[in-house]
Each structure stands twice: as structure tokens, then as C-alpha cells.
Design a binder for this molecule. Structure first.
Ligand code: NAD
Ligand code: DAU
Length: 353
């Protein structure tokens, strides 16, 4: 088979990355996908078990913080494009231990940019470094307004500061060295394969086993939720149709306070587990707030909708129901993921709250 493009996807064993790898491997049989991942606590090749037998992807265990490993990867393959998702992604972990976020999110991105620059210097035409970022770089909104691509950066957590820093580096390498880049900043994702430290899978698991659902502060913080496959479809579109040098905001136009979201999830779980209505809501427990907790994120995604024709598909209740179904049908996945160091993390994070 002739390979049309060779694409490096970093962080492809993680939550969003695995959906992106699956989409590219399935939709583009003439692409060779190289999935480079360190397999941290959040990386899990089991997420890709269903496409294990496909011949058009390879896994390379790589720590992007290790400059030499990254350079070797770019020597081994001639990449036409990079889709960079590898990161430390959990805000709470960035508060208890920011260092790893600085290494992976900033130094790791720098190493990839340097390797791409060295490899593409003589012929950058047709190449693309696509950096996956977050709406959290814009900081926190009050009750009104939306983040646009022009909103000034104002990150508030070590996680968002590290992501903002990597976005700046990517733009600087485009401006200074001429590497073709594109960046997208997306809102909160949910769906299958999300590590159960994040609100929705954590709550699903706690409800299932009858453990308190920890709601930070008064539960009034607002997030804009997007089904993970909609993020993957946006990434596909931006990679193929996006304009180099541009930024695209991606969001679900789907704002929920945490407490309303949890109550909806409780109703779905009662129905699925055939428990009397109201059973799960009794588990809601208000706990000490996250330090520096951003009040509200909301994305204006009109640019990608108007210029590239993207739109999200499932309604939130339907997407949540699909997510719950997946977690209930994949108990072993959850058990295996929970059996590692996660128990210690959970005790540390929630015992004093
Ligand atoms: P995740 O934590 O589920 O997965 C991250 C992946 O990166 C894991 O597979 C992990 O093993 C890998 N990784 C971590 N450090 C690495 C290193 N040093 N070298 C190589 N691989 C490493 O994260 P996610 O939620 O899938 O997020 C993916 C990307 O999307 C991140 O860049 C994140 O900032 C961004 N993002 C996430 C969301 C969200 O709601 N989850 C929203 C917007 C943007
Ligand atoms: O906005 C995009 C970002 O969304 C991504 O860049 C991050 O990688 C991703 O982790 C996510 O960040 P959040 O901090 O918004 O997600 P999290 O699931 O951790 O929390 C969602 C909201 O729920 C937030 O307001 C904090 C609250 N929360 C979270 C947990 C884990 C609780 O109330 N209780 C909890 O136990």
C-alpha cells in the first residue's frame, strides 16, 4: 500500500487522543499513524484495543520531555504532520504538583517544535504542526460573554498557565521560524475512556458504588461540555481544512452549572441502575472548593462552524446517556484503571475536604 501521509499523534493512548487515533486510523486507511505516548497514569493502550489489528498505525513509547527520544522519532519517520495532544491534563493535580505540567506541557512541546523545525526546515510546505489546547488559557468568565479566538490569555491555574505557555511557543515558532502551525482551544470534553479523576466519570463511578459525589464549593461553576467524538471530528476537519497560522475555538454551546449536571447524571444513573428516583442525588456532598477555581468557561465556536462547517452532534442528555452506558458496560476497564496509583491520589485529594 502506498502511504499518503505519515502523521505523528502524541498522547494517543489518553482520553481524547485515543478517539483521534481511532478516527484517523479508520477514516484514512492510506495514512500511517504513529501514536507516541509515555503511558503515564492517564495513558492506556486498552483504549485502542478495538483497532489493535489495523495495519496503518504503530505505537512508539516516548516521553516527549526526553529531547533525544523525540529527535530519534523524527529521524525514524518522515512526518507530514503532527497532532500534539500529549499533556498533563488535570487541574487538581497541577495544584498539588505543578512541576510535571511544566516539563510535559512546556518542555515537551518545545522538544516537538525543535524536532519538527529540524526535520521540516528545508521544505516546510505542506507540513503542519497542530497543537491541541484548551479554553482554560483564556481564564475565567463572569456571568456574561464568551471566549473568542481574540480573547486575551489570562490563565489562572498551573495547568492552564502551562498550556498557555505552550500555545505561545507554538505561535512563536510559526512567526520566527515559519513552521506551519494551527491551534485549537476546546471546552470540557466528556465521553468513553475518560480517566475517572475528571468530574463526570468520577461521579459515575461513585454513584455506581454508592460513594459520596464530591461537589466543589456550591456547585455553581459553569463549564461548556462537548462529546469527545465531536472534538475528534473538529480536529480531523481543522487538520485537513484549517488555515495554517490560525486558531479555532471548539465548544458545545452547552453550558451547565456543576450541580445541575450532577443532578441530571443522578437521574440517568437511577434509571440505568433501576434504583428509585432520588437515590443517587442523596450522595451529593459539597466539599471544600478547588483553590483559584475558575467560575465559568464558555466558547464562541462560530469561526469553526462558519468557516469549516463543523457542528457538534449529540444533545447533552443523549451524550451523557451514551457515556454512562459505556462505563457500565466496561467495568473491567474502570477496575483496571482504578487499581493503579489512583486509590492513593483519591485519598490525598478528597480526605481533607
Ligand atoms: P489525558 O490526561 O487523558 O491524556 C494525556 C495523554 O498524554 C496520556 O496518554 C499520557 O500518557 C500522555 N502523556 C502525558 N505526559 C506525556 C509525556 N511526557 N510524553 C508522552 N506522552 C505523555 O488528557 P486528555 O483529556 O485526553 O487531553 C488531551 C489534550 O487535550 C491535552 O493537551 C489537553 O490539554 C487538551 N484538552 C483536554 C480537554 C478535556 O476536557 N479533557 C479539553 C480541551 C483540551
Ligand atoms: O475546559 C477544558 C478543560 O476541562 C481541559 O483543558 C482539562 O484538561 C480538563 O480536565 C477540564 O478541566 P476542568 O477542571 O474543568 O475539569 P474537571 O472534570 O476536573 O472539573 C469540572 C468541574 O467540576 C470543575 O468546575 C471542578 C468541578 N469538580 C471536579 C471534580 C474532579 C467538582 O466539583 N468535583 C470533583 O470531584
Amino acid at each position: 500500500m502506498t502511504i499518503k501521509k505519515t502523521i505523528l499523534i502524541t498522547g494517543g493512548a489518553g482520553f481524547i487522543g485515543s478517539h483521534v487515533v481511532r478516527r484517523f486510523v479508520t477514516n484514512y486507511p492510506d495514512y500511517l499513524i504513529i501514536n507516541a505516548d509515555k503511558l503515564t497514569y492517564a495513558g492506556n493502550l486498552e483504549n485502542l484495543a478495538d483497532i489493535e489489528s489495523k495495519k496503518n498505525w504503530l505505537f512508539e513509547k516516548t516521553d516527549i520531555v526526553d529531547k533525544q527520544s523525540v529527535l530519534e522519532l523524527f529521524k525514524k519517520y518522515t512526518f507530514d504532520g503532527v497532532i500534539h495532544l500529549a499533556a498533563e491534563s488535570h487541574v487538581d493535580r497541577s495544584i498539588t504538583g505543578p512541576d510535571e505540567f511544566i516539563f510535559t506541557n512546556i518542555v515537551g512541546t518545545l522538544n516537538l517544535l525543535n524536532a519538527a523545525l529540524a526535520s521540516w526546515k528545508s521544505s516546510p510546505a505542506g507540513k503542519l504542526f497542530y497543537h491541541i489546547s484548551t479554553d482554560e488559557v483564556y481564564g475565567s468568565l463572569g456571568k456574561e460573554g464568551l471566549f473568542t479566538e481574540e480573547t486575551a490569555y489570562d490563565p489562572k491555574s498551573p495547568y492552564s498557565a502551562s498550556k498557555a505557555s505552550s500555545d505561545h511557543l507554538v505561535r512563536a515558532y510559526n512567526h520566527t521560524f515559519g513552521i506551519p502551525v494551527v491551534i485549537s482551544n476546546c471546552s470540557n470534553n466528556y465521553g468513553p475512556n475518560q480517566f475517572p479523576e475528571k468530574l463526570i466519570p468520577l461521579a459515575i463511578n461513585n454513584i455506581k458504588i454508592g460513594k459520596p459525589i464530591p461537589v466543589y464549593g456550591k456547585g455553581e461553576n459553569i463549564r461548556d461540555w462537548l462529546y469527545v467524538e465531536d472534538h475528534a471530528s473538529a480536529i480531523d476537519l481543522i487538520f485537513h481544512e484549517g488555515k495554517a497560522g490560525e486558531t479555532y475555538n471548539i465548544g458545545g454551546n452547552n453550558e451547565w452549572t456543576n450541580i445541575d449536571l450532577i443532578k441530571l447524571l443522578c437521574r440517568i444513573m437511577d434509571k440505568k441502575l433501576k434504583r428509585p428516583e432520588g437515590t443517587s442525588e442523596m450522595l451529593i456532598t459539597y466539599v471544600t472548593d478547588r483553590p483559584g477555581h475558575d467560575l465559568r468557561y464558555a466558547i464562541d465556536s462560530s469561526k469553526i462552524q462558519n468557516e469549516l462547517g463543523w457542528s457538534p452532534i449529540p444533545e447533552f442528555a443523549e451524550g451523557l446517556e451514551r457515556t454512562v452506558d459505556w462505563y457500565l458496560a466496561n467495568e473491567q476497564w474502570l477496575e483496571r484503571v482504578l487499581s493503579g496509583d489512583y486509590g492513593k491520589y483519591y485519598d490525598l485529594m478528597y480526605s481533607g475536604r
